[in-house]
Design a binder for this molecule. Sequence first.
Ligand SMILES: Nc1ncnc2c1ncn2[C@@H]1O[C@H](COP(=O)(O)OP(=O)(O)OP(=O)(O)O)[C@@H](O)[C@H]1O
Ligand SMILES: [Mg+2]
Length: 349
Amino acid sequence: MIEFDAVTKFHPGKSEPAVSDLSLEIAAGELCVFIGPSGCGKTTSLRLINRLETQSSGVIRVNGVANDAMDVVTLRRSIGFMMQNAALFPHRTVSENIATVPRLLGWKPADIGARVEELTTLLGLPAELLGRYPGQLSGGQQSRVALARALASDPPVVLMDEPFAALDPVIREHLQDELVALQRRLRKTIILVTHDMDEAMRLGDRIAVFEGHGQLAQFEAPAQLLAQPKNDFVRQFVGSDPSLKRLALMKVSDLETGPAPDTSHVASIGHPLDSRFTLALNERSQPLAWHSSNGAKAPKLAVVTGEETLQQALLKILNNAGSTAVHVDIEGRYKGCVTCYCLYKALNS
Ligand SMILES: Nc1ncnc2c1ncn2[C@@H]1O[C@H](COP(=O)(O)OP(=O)(O)OP(=O)(O)O)[C@@H](O)[C@H]1O
Ligand SMILES: [Mg+2]
């Protein structure tokens, strides 16, 4: 869908390249993250795609066609662009900001209105914001409007340059979750730039790690990047806690626990690590509480569902003295126990 073929870019007057012999292919429907230190050429690489910059050598193909062989206006209108720091038009209302590209494309006013309404619903923007100016919005709201503007003409490709960098961690995490949910539905081809490896791991189908001068150090799915960093630079960039990050990429349902035991005729089940404790189940096999056989203090019950990550399971194990979390299905029925050893096995399988 988007292919960099031996692309090098020297900015005017610079002797060092901002992008060096970059070759990589991003598939249709993929969310690819560009990450690397400040000044390593991430923004330049994005701007080359929609020809806000021109490469010094090499070819960039969009859907198999060299982007410099395409009409530049058509090219830019087929690509949504969310710039660093939202960059909304300050003197246009929210509604006018979102409508920018449909208006340039000459859509009928009624169609533009319907699309603005659709996007505000999709991105959870309250309708009363539509008449406000960007300066009257919070940072999180500005990011949503910028994303709505980038999606307005339903382009197949969306480029996002540090879309959430200026937000506080809680709102950032919230918007990251929303982007994941949105992408599941829309399946755009997205390139997202970030400085934040946790964000990259959370969002990226694949992550391109850049060293200085736009040299690609590694291009890999998050789990492989963590398990097999190619060199010291990537290892350092990935951080000192690759195991914790890998736990965040795996779900409880990924654990190889085998079929759930038949608990239909039992009222309790033993603790996997400590024979003093049993787990009481109700008639629907839902766990009730841990009980102790010899007066020892029974652990508090902690349950996890298959949708939770192994990192969340670890936190639950650490936060209760029983050294296990009870895995339940969506109806709350007992499926098994998750212990630190299960997590160790998952990391080392
Ligand atoms: N218009 C320009 N003219 C000259 N040099 C430029 C221009 N734009 C960027 N550069 C230089 O090119 C290099 C790459 O810049 P770029 O903005 O692509 O980096 P980045 O990875 O996006 O950095 P950051 O993470 O800080 O946003 C830097 O050395 C920068 O100073
Ligand atoms: Mg940048």
